[in-house]
Design a protein around this ligand. Structure first.
Ligand SMILES: Cc1cc2nc3c(=O)[nH]c(=O)nc-3n(C[C@H](O)[C@H](O)[C@H](O)COP(=O)(O)O)c2cc1C
Length: 351
């Protein structure tokens, strides 16, 4: 397989708002991938931010799966860290030896579906076999899903009142075919919007307007709309792990392995990150005082429901079901957008 084909397949890895925050360099011996914030807006996560680590782990899982499907020994990728960033190294020889004609569709067919789901019918999703890098709880009892949905609603309400998160989301949205065609960010066609929803979303893009409308309760309506499909989901999967960077990374691996497997079994997946994200903002003292109590209560309810140990956290939730609607697929940046000269990756990490 050539390097371009490799980068094109691994770029299908999921990332928050489809930000694809990676840069690749090739020194001939190793292909090295590191974190890179692409947008002009302030970086809400950073190289060791939680969402970055989840998608970094997912990226490593994609690489290992690709090498395995290409007939190569897995576990050839290595993560190393500097003070500023992490770097994922893959021996170039392993990439070049991977069979270009193998079937990589289980990687490339993985996707997000934000539409409402049907119940499972007779089908039961199974989790990938083998040793897992994190704990996965499957919640199917409607009273438990209802508790989770209430926690999600509180965190969504806080999120819709947060200027940084509002501006990050709206800087990610791609409204037109041309914008979506550039391959980065969140194509609005991938969202589940009611009739007129696109127009409405355009209207609330300026934060000052959203802030004003929030005084009239808009955030409550939006949080309700966000949690409705979640509340009626056939199942929720909770990804749980410890809190140091490596455990979060490993949860990203486990998440990606499970997501690929669920899609391959014919189940649809919609990730929900608001509870984890707002929980981290609470821990870091980044929440407006008004939202501290509701988010704290939501986190406590989650800990009780999922019986989390003192050193465990909820890292991600999946809504899982059978698809009613075939979703529009997110696109990706062209392969050359991921490359930079080998020298500059070296410079950045030896400063
Ligand atoms: C860390 C992380 C957080 C995410 N949070 C959400 C979320 O809260 N809501 C959502 O609809 N999608 C969420 N996603 C899914 C991404 O938006 C999605 O993977 C990306 O847009 C690419 O689309 P694809 O999964 O169809 O390839 C998240 C993904 C990651 C890796």
């Amino acid at each position: 397989m050539n390097i371009d084909q490799f980068v094109s397949i691994i770029s299908t890895t999921p990332s928050a708002d489809n930000s694809q925050p990676w840069l690749v360099s090739n020194d001939g011996q190793n292909l090295s991938i590191r974190y890179f914030h692409r947008s002009n807006t302030p970086d809400p996560f950073g190289a060791f931010g939680h969402a970055t680590l989840i998608s970094g782990g997912a990226l490593q899982e994609t690489i290992d799966t690709l090498l395995q499907l290409g007939g190569q020994p897995t576990s050839q990728s290595i993560v190393r860290t500097s003070e500023k960033t992490w770097i994922l190294d893959i021996p170039t020889s392993a990439i070049l030896l991977a069979n270009p004609d193998s079937d990589y569709s289980r990687i490339t067919l993985r996707h997000t579906n934000r539409h409402p789901f049907k119940p499972f019918g007779g089908a039961i999703p199974t989790l990938p076999s083998g040793e897992q890098d994190c704990k996965v709880s499957v919640i199917t009892r409607s009273s438990d899903i209802s508790i989770l949905a209430s926690c999600l609603k509180s965190c969504c309400e806080a999120r819709f009142n947060n200027q940084e998160l509002h501006e990050w989301l709206f800087s990610s949205l791609r409204w037109t075919e041309d914008e979506a065609g550039s391959g980065s960010g969140l194509d609005v066609s991938t969202l589940h919007l009611p009739p007129g929803g696109r127009f409405f979303m355009h209207g609330i893009a300026p934060w000052e307007r959203m802030k004003f409308l929030n005084k009239l309760g808009l955030y409550k309506l939006m949080a309700l709309a966000d949690t409705m499909p979640f509340r009626s989901a056939p199942a929720i999967m909770a990804f749980i792990g410890k809190t140091n960077w490596k455990d979060i990374w490993d949860t990203g691996k486990c998440m990606q392995r499970t997501w690929i497997s669920l899609n391959q079994q014919g189940f649809s997946v919609h990730p929900y990150y608001a509870i984890t994200d707002l929980g981290n903002r609470l821990k870091n003292g980044e929440l407006h005082p008004h939202w501290v109590e509701p988010v704290k209560n939501a986190q406590e309810d989650i800990r009780n429901l999922l019986s989390l140990n003192h050193d465990e956290e909820l890292h991600m939730l999946f809504r899982v079901g059978m698809s009613k609607t075939i979703p529009v697929r997110s696109r990706r940046l062209p392969t050359n957008a991921f490359f930079e000269p080998a020298q500059s990756i070296f410079d950045e990490n030896t400063e």
